[in-house]
Design a protein around this ligand. Structure first.
Ligand code: AMP
Length: 464
């Protein structure tokens, strides 16, 4: 049976909804004093564009965002000195109660962009009563992302005693069910497991007035649309909804039309796929059969003691194989992929985060949302299926103003991705290998696999 098939959408037009507060924003005098020209200049310098009516002016400091003192104290404790661009614009947008679309990469500080306003929102609502579900619901595509979001919630929500729980599949239900039954203000969930709990009546979404759809593009890629639709049907339509996505393809545009009302939008960077500019990107054109040897050469070069390196491969099997080979050669590597139990994945991630095992081999399970500081390098042993995944993978290094390096093997088998990759490299001001350029030019010919191809100077088998 489909997840959530027994859930009935309430007829909201027949239900009397108690009004609730969602606009908490008071413009700081310094912000009010900014002229339109100054606002435009600030947005340009932060590489952002906005869309929609009455988009509030961006703020330049935490104080200007007019958060209550208990939040400012947490921010000071975290040691953050200034808001990131998505926070500068996202906070006033979210705090003023609008539906918000934010297009920004992971690593841009977007989690805090929606969590701090969520905390203010919760503190202005009546206390939870017995049997109440959450006030804030954050839907995420993966368990890893849900866990990371929870860490930020724990850090910033604890002074106001906001309770939260993470709800995702692959682990026993008892603890999650216990938290839900006791009552939590924030639920961070992957869609499938949440639907289970809604169907069993363990929780309900009648009190949700602040809904976050995080990594919208990824959730659609993973086929969660029908589940999201069922979940959202359980939430009152006058809620505040915030949709975050790293990219803005037409499917996400459609999603925003379905779930948001009269939204205002902020885009950080260009709307095309763009990579963080803190990462130096090396594209290594090689033969598929050379991969293993070149990989070991590369590791010797990029892995000084104690620094972290994340290696991406295409399949779970290869992740295990490569990890075994690494260990045989004396490299302390661990693998993370979808066939591992949640406990194992948590453990591997912890070993990697603490630096006990500085080398992690991953499938795309780890490519989005993974927030580990000081990853020195990302190696794409296998080039991903598309450049959007490429951008996400290399975004695991160069987080929050650090600098990192990405190395990607690129073989003739990846030829049809050459053109898109060049666009990403060019946008980020990176060097474009001439061979890659040639491969892009002739990839159409390559795709058609014409016989005389090699003679025309393209990159057929054996050329590099
Ligand atoms: P995110 O894009 O939400 O995954 O955030 C990436 C990392 O940046 C997280 O470790 C955050 O704690 C950190 N971060 C968020 N906001 C700031 C800020 N204003 N200054 C410095 N670091 C931040």
């Amino acid at each position: 049976m489909d997840a959530g098939s027994s859930l009935r959408a309430p007829d909201w037009s027949r239900i009397e909804l108690i009004t609730f507060q969602k606009d908490f924003y008071t413009q700081h005098p310094e912000v009010a004093a900014m002229s339109e020209a100054q606002v435009a200049q600030m947005r340009a310098s932060l590489e952002m564009t906005v869309v929609g009516r009455d988009v509030p002016k961006p703020v330049a400091t935490f104080e200007q965002a007019n958060f209550p003192d208990y939040i400012l104290e947490e921010v000071a404790k975290a040691g953050f000195t200034k808001p990131t661009p998505i926070q500068c614009q996202g906070w006033p947008m979210a705090m003023s109660g609008h539906d918000v679309i934010g297009i920004a990469q992971t690593g841009s500080g977007k989690t805090l962009a929606f969590i701090l306003p969520a905390i203010v929102h919760i503190n202005a609502q009546p206390l939870l009563q017995r049997g109440d579900g959450p006030i804030v619901l954050i839907l995420c595509p993966t368990r890893e992302l849900a866990n990371q979001t929870q860490q930020e919630v724990n850090k910033f929500g604890h002074s106001s005693r906001i309770k939260n729980t993470c709800v995702y599949g692959g682990v026993p239900k008892a603890k999650q069910a216990g938290d839900l039954s006791r009552g939590v203000e924030i639920v961070i969930a992957t869609p499938g497991r949440l639907l289970d709990f809604l169907e069993s009546g363990t929780t309900n979404l009648q009190r949700v007035t602040y809904l976050v759809l995080d990594e919208g593009d990824r959730m659609l890629d993973m086929g969660f649309e029908p589940q999201i639709r069922k979940i959202v049907s359980q939430i009152r339509p006058d809620r505040q909804t915030l949709l975050w996505s790293a990219t803005w393809p037409k499917e996400v545009v459609q999603m925003s039309r379905t779930f948001l009302k009269d939204p205002i939008q902020v885009n950080i960077g260009s709307l095309q796929t763009s990579a963080t500019h803190n990462v130096i990107q090396h594209i290594l054109l090689i033969e598929p059969r050379e991969k293993m040897a070149k990989f070991f050469d590369l590791l010797k070069q990029v892995m000084p003691q104690g620094e972290r390196c994340l290696v991406f491969v295409a399949t779970k099997r290869l992740a295990d194989q490569l990890t075994r080979s690494l260990r045989q050669e004396g490299w302390p590597a661990l693998a993370i992929h979808g066939d591992k139990s949640q406990n194992e994945r948590d453990w591997v991630l912890e070993q990697f985060k603490t630096g006990k095992s500085p080398l992690m081999v991953a499938t795309d399970v780890a490519s989005r949302g993974l927030d580990v500081k000081h990853i020195r390098a990302v190696i794409n042993y296998d080039f991903p299926n598309n450049v959007e995944d490429y951008v996400h993978r290399i975004g695991r290094t160069g987080r929050a103003e650090e600098h990192g390096t990405a190395y990607s093997f690129f073989t003739y088998e990846d030829a049809k991705k050459a053109r898109d990759l060049i666009a990403v490299l060019r946008e980020a001001g990176q060097e474009i290998p001439p061979k890659l350029q040639q491969m892009a030019t002739s990839s159409a010919a390559y795709a058609s696999k014409t016989r005389g191809y090699r003679k025309t100077g393209g990159y057929g088998r054996g050329r590099y």
